[in-house]
Design a protein around this ligand. Structure first.
Ligand code: HEC
Length: 155
């Protein structure tokens, strides 16, 4: 009698185990950065593409805005070393890295600055700037950091 009970328990246990392993797949945790990766652009972009909406950015005007509003996070040199950078996770993008230089073309910059990056401290500037002002600051970032001469490149 006792043997039957033990056997039944064993079978029940084995069945439960098999069910757990093969059928009941644990729900994968939602990636914290799912939103970010869904937004992010391809690893290598066409660097010759123009600003969207037929805009032409004025890098001089963009510089003034960058030095007033963006440098606190991204740094004066665009290397992500601004005074606020140390308190921010994930850290501000370093525009001098090879990965940035291959990806952040004019349309990608325009989109990133307009919409910000959800789940990070990167603000959506489209709420405070018009398209021309966004194109200006995007052009400044593109000319001075992304496509700056190779010797300033950080690996
Ligand atoms: C409060 C800090 C902060 C300020 C101010 C800020 N940024 Fe950012 N920025 C970030 C962070 C953090 C990221 C990194 C987001 C990520 O990892 O995708 C980022 C990312 C970016 C990116 C790259 C997005 C990508 O897809 O890689 C660009 C371009 C950018 N910022 C431009 C700007 C410009 C231009 C300004 C000023 C108009 C600005 N940022 C102001 C924090 C800031």
């Amino acid at each position: 009698m006792k043997k039957i009970v033990i056997a039944t328990l064993l079978i029940a246990f084995a069945t439960a185990l098999l069910f757990y392993v093969f059928i009941a797949k644990p729900v994968p945790p939602v990636a914290a950065n799912a939103q970010i990766s869904a937004q992010s652009s391809p690893a290598v972009s066409d660097m010759s593409l123009p600003m969207p909406l037929g805009l032409k950015g004025d890098s001089g005007k963009g510089r003034i805005f960058f030095m007033g509003n963006c440098f606190t996070c991204h740094g004066i040199k665009g290397d992500g070393d601004g005074p606020r950078a140390y308190f921010i996770t994930p850290p501000p993008r370093n525009f001098l890295l090879e990965a940035s230089r291959q990806r952040l073309n004019r349309p990608v910059l325009f989109e990133a600055i307009t919409n910000g990056r959800l789940g990070t401290n990167m603000p959506a500037w489209g709420k405070v700037l018009n398209n021309q002002e966004i194109a200006d600051v995007a052009e400044f970032v593109f000319e001075n950091f992304i496509s700056a001469p190779q010797e300033t490149k950080v690996q």
